[in-house]
Write a protein that binds this ligand. Structure first.
Ligand SMILES: [Ca+2]
Length: 436
């Protein structure tokens, strides 16, 4: 069982059930938890990082001061922020999604000290446990003209994931129209965990949706390799048709269209819980952090129609027994993995390929982190075609997501360890360090 010595038990219990960890279900872990600022994990197994398709254990990276993390809006705190967006409305506000089912907005200003309640759907959002709630937020590619934004949340009775559209009036985009919900997609969820959560428009203006394997531990419902279900996938749908037909459409070049290989909404499958994915704003590449079971967290470069392996594999390794062979034919390996329930962390948080201007040495590198360890890494595509995985900064934060501001600079969304007021999350900027 998981053992804690802290008065912050609730927060930490929540932490270790985060986004597909489900690790307490089937693995013994002893944790020593300080009240603040960091979790230290009593795990003496060797630190192991593998990269590219030839996993090679390496030593733990040395922390650097290549960047620093600075509170972006120090006068604002929110309860369990899970997502933040910087839509292109004239009022230049920041919109944050709170797990309980609220969207708040505030001025994109360091001195900001007031928030506006944009939307409250806590009456229809099931927020139980750690992995249910309002999980994703995305603005329509034409939001400046139509006022549309989309949310992805969990609901009960029956338990399901819901993709819905809401509308803000263009003359005041800080307030959603109360009766504007248009449900677009619902997916039954057999268990409370592994609900995915990310929704994002690609450079093709189609909406991509990350859907977990349905939960339980080890993919007990067998969804990862089952393409007749939407669970365990990243979906790609066309929501521009909703007004005319009442429903989303399937892009004609989705990989399973016209085949009998699976549901036509599927873009890629074999995912366990792709909590966060993003598109490289320069190349359009789709990068996902797929949360692992008990051993390996992975970063995937997601291509259409490919099978990312779960639950035959976890990272580069056969599952459930990495020492036993498994048939890997047709399975796409990740770009990188790291071993979990070590000091490296417990749940990968997919981030962004950096395309900002403020930190030139990060340009073109994929930035991602871990919820439990607070570490942030970069993946670097070397001239040889291989990837290196380097630690960028080791923070004391519980990182839940990343976003980009209007200049393409990286914002970290994190829960604050040791917070006691219930207003316990904030946004942080990645800024140049003293010794880049
Ligand atoms: Ca995989």
């Amino acid at each position: 069982m998981v053992k804690f010595i802290s008065s912050t038990i609730l927060l930490v219990v929540l932490a270790f059930s985060a986004w597909g960890c489900a690790k307490q279900e089937d693995q013994t872990v002893d944790l020593t938890v300080e009240r603040s600022p960091k979790i230290s994990i009593a795990d003496t197994r060797p630190v192991e990082i593998a990269i590219s398709s030839t996993p090679t254990p390496t030593s733990s990276p040395t922390p650097t001061t290549k960047v620093e993390i600075k509170r972006a809006y120090p006068y604002l705190e929110f309860q369990r922020t899970v997502s933040a967006e910087y839509p292109d409305f004239p009022d230049n506000r920041v919109y944050v999604a709170l797990k309980e089912g609220k969207i708040m907005a505030f001025a994109d200003d360091y001195e900001a000290n007031e928030t506006i309640l944009v939307l409250d759907i806590s009456d229809r959002v099931s927020d139980v446990g750690m992995e249910e709630g309002l999980l994703g937020l995305a603005f329509d590619p034409l939001h400046k003209e139509n006022g549309y934004f989309y949310v992805f949340y969990t609901a009960s009775g029956p338990r399901r994931s819901v993709l819905s559209r809401f509308t803000v009036p263009l003359d005041d985009p800080s307030k959603a129209l109360s009766d504007s919900e248009k449900v677009i997609l619902e997916i039954d969820q057999p268990a409370e965990n592994h609900n995915g959560g990310q929704i994002a428009f690609g450079p093709d203006d189609y909406l991509y949706v990350g859907v977990g394997d349905g939960g339980g531990a080890g993919d007990r419902y067998g969804n990862g390799q089952d393409t007749s279900t939407l669970l365990g996938t990243i979906l790609r749908i066309d929501v521009s048709t909703v007004n005319t037909t009442g429903a989303y459409a399937i892009p004609g070049d989705n990989p399973f269209v016209g085949t009998n290989k699976g549901r036509p909404e599927i873009w890629a499958y074999g995912m366990r819980n792709p909590w966060r994915f993003t598109f490289d704003s320069d190349t359009g590449d789709l990068w996902a952090g797929d949360v692992g079971q008990n051993r390996y967290e992975e970063i995937d470069l997601v291509l259409p129609g490919l099978n990312y392996g779960w639950n035959v594999m976890e990272g580069f390794h056969c599952y459930p027994d990495e020492n036993q062979p498994c048939s890997q034919e047709g399975l796409e390996p990740p770009i990188a993995e790291y071993r979990i329930l070590t000091t490296l962390g417990c749940s990968v948080i997919g981030g962004y390929v950096y395309r900002g201007n403020m930190i030139p040495h990060l340009y073109g590198k994929y930035i991602y982190g871990d919820f439990c360890s607070g570490r942030i890494w970069t993946l670097n595509n070397k001239a040889t075609g291989e990837w290196s995985q380097d630690e960028l900064v080791d923070t004391a934060l519980r990182i839940v997501s990343f976003t980009e501001d209007r200049s393409g600079e990286i914002i970290v969304i994190a829960w604050i360890p040791g917070a006691t007021k219930g207003e316990d999350s904030g946004l942080y900027r990645v800024i140049p360090g003293e010794n880049p």
